[in-house]
Design a protein around this ligand. Structure first.
Ligand code: SF4
Length: 291
């Protein structure tokens, strides 16, 4: 049997089945071994694709492989759960060139690293950002999406990011950090992580704030996943770091992307997915690798 961590499932009494709930710090290390490597001193990272999309007013996107948590509503394809099977390694220069080519073709001034957890390979990320920063006149925005767990473990990363994504200086980088939970039980139910790790993303927000990084927080406030009492707890903690952080929260409602439907059905959230299986969910499920 595989010792990889895929997606959460629940037993007949609603309990998470092993290996859930998980340790995101341990999963960070395991996933790094699969998606980050250094060759001749150059930090490479796995990606599955590079494309342009209409969000953010048109943005070139690098779709990275691998995450260190397991959100039950995650929209990312099976590369999140089977990182060893998907993607190719790219150098920072290759990633930068691909993003720039898409920007030129589509007339975009924006780019981002998305897909799973971009900070997993932090040296690789900072080298991409170094090239963006060098050519910053070509950009009006470069978005770095994160769930904050790596940032909480590497406080110096916030300092490094402040060079490319500063609240004060002439930079184009901007961090979008997602806070998934504000009460222990709800945090575990949404992320698949043990509740003792709930504070880490808040510590990451504090590091970003203290380092002067340009960022905003995204919170899933969809009531199917976040009750009002939890939303208030999250907002209170953000306000305690600084009131402006709460004022600038991006509030998220969840779309029923195909892989999210499969993951939600696996933990019995029939209230969200419905009892009948749609064609898009069936196709996503049929493409799931077997261990
Ligand atoms: S942090 Fe993002 S990529 Fe990772 S599991 Fe959650 S939704 Fe998916």
């Amino acid at each position: 049997m595989s010792n990889h961590i895929r997606f959460a499932t629940r037993g007949p009494n609603g309990e998470f089945l092993p290996p859930f709930p998980i340790d995101p710090i341990e999963l960070t290390q395991k996933t790094r071994e699969l998606v980050c490597k250094t060759v001749d001193g150059i930090p490479l990272r796995k990606y599955t694709s590079f494309y342009g999309v209409g969000v953010y007013g048109g943005i070139a996107t690098a779709y990275s492989v691998g995450c260190n948590i397991r959100c039950i509503f995650c929209w990312v394809d099976w590369s999140r759960d089977w990182p060893e099977r998907y993607g190719e390694f790219y150098t920072p220069q290759q990633v930068y060139s691909k993003l720039r080519n898409i920007m030129k073709e589509r007339g975009f001034k924006r780019a981002r690293i998305s897909g799973a957890e971009p900070t997993l390979c932090s040296d690789h990320l900072c080298e991409v950002l170094e090239q963006v920063h060098r050519d910053r006149h070509e950009f009006d925005l470069f978005v770095i999406e994160t769930n904050g767990f790596v940032l909480s473990q590497e406080p110096e990363l916030a300092e490094r990011l402040s060079k490319y994504a500063s609240r004060d200086d002439d930079t184009v980088g901007h961090v979008r950090i997602s806070i998934r939970g504000g009460l222990p039980e709800e945090f575990t139910a949404k992320t698949g992580c043990a509740s003792e790790f709930m504070d880490l993303p808040f510590e990451a927000v504090e590091s970003l704030w203290n380092a002067g990084v340009s960022f905003h927080v995204a919170v899933v406030i969809d009531p199917r996943f976040t009750p009002e009492v939890e939303k208030n707890a999250i907002y209170q903690r953000l306000s305690d770091i600084h009131p402006s952080i709460k004022e600038n929260v991006e509030e998220e409602y969840l779309d029923p992307y195909p892989h999210a439907l499969v993951r939600l059905r696996a933990i019995g959230r029939i209230d969200v997915v419905g009892s009948s299986i749609s064609e898009k969910e069936r196709i996503a499920a049929s493409r799931m690798p077997s261990d």
